[in-house]
Design a protein around this ligand. Structure first.
Ligand code: MG
Length: 163
């Protein structure tokens, strides 16, 4: 029996607009801003989706769910991630682990990190200890540091057993 492994990388940016709640990592965070996008603009779930698809060589979120298609307007990113991972599983790949970074000046993410990891675990049917999550600020400079955008980065390791 041999095990093949693949790594994938995802990155995303969304602009912040006034008025909460903030949908991030599949949960609604009590905050005075929200992210703007064609779907629900969940920047973390989009980065995870791209990392998972990229590791499996299955393209990216924009190819699977084009933002020119009105069907994806306001769409729940948890549903998109779940559908993307279903395709990855159909190619017999399984997630070993994810490690994610959220780059946001505000809100402070420490109180929300465990809830986000639990929600991602629920969406992907993996355990919380397979999901790393870090919050970083932008040191009050640039688009992140002045609170104009939130960005996310995710790496994903997949494995496939054969033989
Ligand atoms: Mg996005």
């Amino acid at each position: 029996m041999s095990t093949e492994i693949r790594v994938g990388l995802g990155h995303d940016t969304h602009r912040i607009a006034a008025g909460g709640p903030l949908r991030l990592g599949g949960i609604d965070i009590d905050f005075d801003g929200h992210l703007v996008g064609h779907s629900d603009a969940d920047v973390l779930l989009h980065a995870i989706t791209d990392a998972v698809l990229g590791a499996a060589g299955l393209g990216d979120i924009g190819e699977m769910f084009p933002d020119t298609d009105p069907i994806h307007k306001g769409r729940d990113s948890a549903e998109m991630l779940s559908l993307a991972y279903r395709q990855v599983r159909e190619s017999r790949w399984n997630i070993v682990n994810l490690d994610c970074v959220i780059l946001a000046e505000r809100p402070k993410l420490i109180p929300w990190k465990l809830a986000i990891r639990k929600r991602i675990g629920e969406i992907l049917s993996i355990s919380v200890d397979q999901i790393g999550l870090k919050g970083k600020t932008g040191e009050m400079i640039g688009a992140i540091g002045t609170g104009q955008v939130i960005q996310s980065i995710c790496v994903c390791l997949l494995s496939k057993s054969s033989g």
